[in-house]
Design a protein around this ligand. Sequence first.
Ligand SMILES: *[C@@H]1O[C@H](CO)[C@@H](O)[C@H](O)[C@H]1NC(C)=O
Ligand SMILES: *[C@@H]1O[C@H](CO)[C@@H](O)[C@H](O)[C@H]1NC(C)=O
Ligand SMILES: *[C@@H]1O[C@H](CO)[C@@H](O)[C@H](O)[C@H]1NC(C)=O
Ligand SMILES: *[C@@H]1O[C@H](CO)[C@@H](O)[C@H](O)[C@H]1NC(C)=O
Ligand SMILES: *[C@@H]1O[C@H](CO)[C@@H](O)[C@H](O)[C@H]1NC(C)=O
Ligand SMILES: *[C@@H]1O[C@H](CO)[C@@H](O)[C@H](O)[C@H]1NC(C)=O
Ligand SMILES: *[C@@H]1O[C@H](CO)[C@@H](O)[C@H](O)[C@H]1NC(C)=O
Ligand SMILES: *[C@@H]1O[C@H](CO)[C@@H](O)[C@H](O)[C@H]1NC(C)=O
Length: 494
Amino acid sequence: MINLTTLFAFISLLDITFAFSVPFSRSDTPSSTSVNFTNADGIVYLVTVEFDGQPVQVALDTGSSDLWIDSAGLNLTPFTNTGLNVTIPYGPDIHHTVAEGPILVGPVQLGDFKVDKQAFISAPGSNATMTNINQLGILGVAPTTGSIIASTLKNTSYNGRSFLDNAFMMYPKEPNYITFMLSRDPVFGITGGGTFTIGEVATEFAAITKSPQRKVVFTSELPRWATTMDGMIVNGKKYSGHSKFNSTFVSAGQTVTALDSGTSYALVSRFYADAIYKDLPDAVFNETQQRYIVPCDTKANVTLVFGNDEYPINPLDIAGVTGISDSGEIICSGLFLVAEMGDLDIVLGDIFLRNTYALFDFGSWATPGTGDPFVQLLSVTNQAQAWNDFDAANAVRLDSFKKLIHGSPGGNETKDEVSPSPASPESSNSDLLRNSYIIIGLLAGVIVLLLVLFALVARGSKNVGYKPVPNVSRAGPAALDDDGYAKPYAYSAP
Ligand SMILES: *[C@@H]1O[C@H](CO)[C@@H](O)[C@H](O)[C@H]1NC(C)=O
Ligand SMILES: *[C@@H]1O[C@H](CO)[C@@H](O)[C@H](O)[C@H]1NC(C)=O
Ligand SMILES: *[C@@H]1O[C@H](CO)[C@@H](O)[C@H](O)[C@H]1NC(C)=O
Ligand SMILES: *[C@@H]1O[C@H](CO)[C@@H](O)[C@H](O)[C@H]1NC(C)=O
Ligand SMILES: *[C@@H]1O[C@H](CO)[C@@H](O)[C@H](O)[C@H]1NC(C)=O
Ligand SMILES: *[C@@H]1O[C@H](CO)[C@@H](O)[C@H](O)[C@H]1NC(C)=O
Ligand SMILES: *[C@@H]1O[C@H](CO)[C@@H](O)[C@H](O)[C@H]1NC(C)=O
Ligand SMILES: *[C@@H]1O[C@H](CO)[C@@H](O)[C@H](O)[C@H]1NC(C)=O
């Protein structure tokens, strides 16, 4: 039997987690808030949002702009039904899921911010959630200009603004920014706690306000938290450029790079995937999966360059456990997957963001705001220390996965749960492109891991009384046009 308590106790001695701590500096008015991510571990960062006092766990997603929940089981009488229905589809055709239902309006609270008339999609019974592990929706924190709800309610008397925009409207003179501290689960090396703030900065990382302001770039009408990256240093060698965009969008050496908390991994072109993995021992590119399969002890120094600043990535985030072979062995992959995103070169998900403290300033994207939106990043990973700690930390996570697979009571029960591999994306990249790029990461890399975590949940609840492990985001809505293809949102960027 796996004893998680013991594992956690053991790993904490290794001190591989980054010590995120409160307090936060607050302004005099209660115009800011901080909210801890509610997941102890898993592969998505969840917060608890209250719907007229009823708590619902949702993924916090910088890659989308709408709020939706599976409302089954909630008392909806306090909410006004606008009578307008919305469908948000996710994933490629063969495995697509939907969040579908009417737009409701009513009291919604996150941290200290309570919005009395917040619009959200009520999607009872949605199959785009993982109800058994308590991720019941998504709170998108990309700008309102990308919101399907906002565009649907545009010509009505309802306020279709995003939750954040409504929050910013309460204190129109206060700054309009959010910050993310994503921490690491000490056993599995993945998603584990952290803090989200609106309008305040962690004291410990106050230096972020002095970090260079990185301009948001627009390559399409869909507003993204995207900026330009200036290259990547892999084991001392610098790689840059190879953007598909011309000088209208990027300067020489740059790429258009989105920062997306709703993506677990990272999505890059083949050029950058080769740069990271090609020369590593026994790394083999799998054309079907569009990623490198690598030995589970793969270790590399990868640093991303933004402007003059370098952001090292913990080697734990460069490769990870992504599957189980037919013979029951764990399979590891490079977590920078290859994908083609129409309006972006690169998507950096949690595997990068965990190595930073990140601030997203809405500027004029917020209704009360002015100026250009920007992003600030503060490195929180010490490359030398991460390199030194890797062997021990990696041994613990590999051991933990192996125990999940082999060491469970009931023996092969776990393998039966995880061995079907429904999620290997057989579809081509162009198929995936129809939908949100965020889903590419999910389908291409995460689901098998998810199933492992499901097994943990099942096992935990049966045998150790372990709390449910929250799951991955289905983040990233896409509106469908008449042909069933994703299209940019109806609004254009300001
Ligand atoms: C967040 O977690 C920290 C401990 O890590 C705790 O001290 C703090 O009170 C929590 N904040 C909130 C708003 O719950
Ligand atoms: C929204 O969906 C409900 C339930 O399916 C249906 O009764 C209603 O007519 C729909 N409204 C619109 C405007 O399509
Ligand atoms: C999710 O629900 C939609 C609509 O009901 C359906 O078309 C789709 O096949 C379902 N997806 C899965 C994976 O069950
Ligand atoms: C809102 O009204 C404008 C102008 O009348 C129209 O062009 C637009 O299509 C309408 N939008 C929606 C979502 O109905
Ligand atoms: C760059 O690309 C855009 C969009 O594809 C195009 O409109 C523009 O003319 C191009 N500019 C140059 C300098 O090639
Ligand atoms: C690549 O992945 C596919 C799908 O998982 C698998 O069937 C195939 O054997 C892999 N190819 C190689 C060369 O390992
Ligand atoms: C990675 O960086 C660490 C610390 O800077 C260094 O000791 C180590 O040799 C580097 N490894 C490689 C492969 O460059
Ligand atoms: C594996 O599962 C089969 C069928 O359920 C069962 O007969 C067998 O005893 C199991 N093996 C172990 C080691 O538990």
